[in-house]
Each structure stands twice: as C-alpha cells, then as structure tokens.
Design a protein around this ligand. Structure first.
Ligand code: ATP
Length: 316
C-alpha cells in the first residue's frame, strides 16, 4: 500500500537505494609542516547493486578512502554513512566486508580452518556457507592446504573467501586480484558480476585499468585526495580518450598531408614511423577523410581507451 507521504515523495525509494554516502570527507596525517592530506573533500554516493571502480595513481587516497568506508580509520572531518549507519557499526554487523591489500593470515591453519574460524564469528548461518564460499573462491581443491604453503594468488583467494563468508551487502576490494593469474582473475570477476546482479554492491580499487573497463559500470578517478572524474566507465573513456588513427602515407604529397594534419584542431601525438603516420584525433571522421582524400591508405582507427582518459585526468 502506498501511503500519502510516499506518494508525495517519489524520490524515497531512490534515496534508500543509496547504500554508501561519503560527505565532504577529509583525512590528514601528521602535524604542522609534515601534514599529509590523503583525502581532501570526497563526496560519493553509491547505490545498491552498483560495481564501482576506484582508480588513481599511487598515493591518490584510494586506500585511505576505503579504510574510512570500512570504519578502520576515522575521518579528520566529513561523514561516512553505510546503510544510514556509522561505518564501524555497518562493519560490525557484517553488512560491509572487505578484501584488503594488508592484513595477514595465520600460516599454520589450513584454508578450510581459516574460513571456518572467521565464519564462526558470524554465526551458524555463516558456518553452513563455508563449502559454498570455498567453491566460489575456487578453493575447494585447496581446502586442506596450509596457508603457509599457498601461493600469493591463492592467499588472495582465501581473503576473498573470508570477505564472502559474512554474506555482506557491500563488498569493498582493495586491489583484489593482485597476484592472481589470468584464469583466477577471470573466475573472480565472474563471481563478482553474478553477485552484483543479485544486488550486492561492489566498490574496488585497482591499478589494472582493463579491470575497470571490463567490470565496472561506473568509474571514479582520484588524484591528490580529490575525485577528478565520476562517470559511467564507457562515457569516461569516450569523453577523454581520443581515437587513435594510423595510415600509410601516399607516395606523393606526404609532406603537405603532414602539414595539414599538424594544423588540424584536436590532433595530438602526430608521428611517422616507416611510412606509417599515427595520431590521436578528437574528430576521427574528419581526420580519416583528410587522410583518405590525400591518398593515404590502409587506414586503422582504434577505439579510445580508459588509459588515455586516466592519463589526461591524473597528469600534473
Ligand atoms: P596506492 O595506489 O599506492 O595504494 P592510494 O591511492 O591507496 O595509493 P593512500 O594509501 O590512501 O593512497 O595514501 C594517500 C597518501 O596518504 C599518500 O601520500 C600516503 O603516503 C599517505 N598516508 C597514508 N597512510 C598514512 C599514514 N598512516 N601516515 C602518514 N601518511 C599516510
């Protein structure tokens, strides 16, 4: 039944879908001249079921932001709300869980024992999930192996299993696939995508731009503690990543063509190598037509990449 109040406030359901709200978040370390501002005014709202990639160069403030989201670090100012609660409360109730870069595993326990110990902290329902969690982290075959004998990538999968065991509504991942091979990485993301489709919200920091391109519908770019872009991954790539064009120069008129290209607005990275001219162009159709009309041939046009956009956003 829709009450009168609900009928008058159509934004209500959208508002309750906002599972993470970061408001003017700041975090500094040290005092006086030695102060480091790790996070400098971050506003971010994440809705239920979103997969959000957090990108940024080393030291951009990604880990500090995620630590505040998890209640592991207090903000210097600003606020963190997770399901309307303080971050630490949401973490304690298991509604938000993480796979972090840091944090050790006990080397003498087996994989299964490790997952069972953490599951036991979350109650009987979590313990009954252990076989499923081991399977989803692709650890069933390794369940009796001691942590000390597991490779780096396998230990990363154990951390993933530990995050899944609480069955959290929000999963926070800080470089989750570091050290995993290609197959493990693909398996990991297949599981994540299925989880997001089922309503789990996923926020992950990564240095692998292709992971953001392939798995995140939304990308947030941080630089020097601030968010410098927040957009659907595809539009971010398209808006800032100019297309790459390459063609073989014509036998005659190559110098004139190069001069025309050099004077064309929006053309960058113009270079020639063994009769092949290559460049980036904001308007690829116009430049393709200049090339072909001048007799250039074997034209190739490559889609813009997230890497170009990332470089443009984070270069000083
Ligand atoms: P990376 O990609 O290298 O993991 P990041 O984007 O996660 O980097 P943070 O780890 O959040 O960046 O660090 C942001 C800045 O804050 C860096 O300059 C870092 O040196 C500094 N910093 C982080 N933690 C501390 C701390 N405990 N004490 C002092 N400075 C810190």
């Amino acid at each position: 039944m829709i009450t009168e109040t609900e009928a008058l406030t159509p934004t209500t359901s959208a508002a309750t879908d906002d599972v993470i709200v970061l408001d003017d978040l700041h975090r500094s370390y040290g005092l006086g001249e030695r102060t480091v501002t790790a996070v400098d005014g971050v506003d971010l709202t994440v809705r239920r079921g979103e997969i959000v990639a957090l990108l940024g160069p080393n030291g951009a403030g990604k880990t500090t932001t995620l630590d505040m989201l998890l209640g592991l670090t207090d903000p210097s100012s600003g606020s963190v709300r997770v399901f309307g609660q303080k971050a630490a409360q949401a973490a304690a109730s298991g509604r938000i869980a993480a796979v972090l870069q840091t944090g050790g595993l006990l080397s003498d326990l087996t994989v299964r024992e490790t997952v069972e110990v953490i599951a036991s902290l979350h109650g009987r329902a979590a313990l009954s999930r252990v076989p499923d969690v081991l399977a989803r982290a692709d650890l069933t075959q390794l369940s009796r192996r001691r942590i000390s004998k597991c490779s780096g990538g396998e230990q990363q999968r154990v951390k993933f299993a530990l995050a899944l065991v609480a069955d959290p509504d929000i999963l926070v991942l800080d470089e989750p696939t570091a050290g995993m091979d290609v197959t493990a990485r693909r398996h990991f993301w297949d599981v994540m995508r299925a989880d997001a489709d089922a309503g789990r919200t996923i926020v992950f920091a990564t240095h692998y731009l292709e992971e953001a391109e392939q798995f995140a519908r939304r990308t947030v770019v941080m630089h020097r503690g601030k968010i410098v872009a927040d957009a659907p991954t595809a539009s971010l790539r398209a808006s800032l990543g100019a297309r790459l064009l390459a063609a073989t120069l014509p036998a005659t008129g190559a110098d004139a063509l190069m001069a025309t290209l050099g004077a064309t607005e929006g053309v960058t990275e113009l270079r020639v190598d063994a009769e092949r001219v290559s460049l980036r162009a904001a308007d690829s159709d116009a430049v393709a037509s200049i090339l072909l009309n001048a007799g250039a041939h074997d034209l190739e046009i490559a889609a813009p990449t997230l890497e170009t956009a990332f470089t443009a956003l984070t270069e000083d």
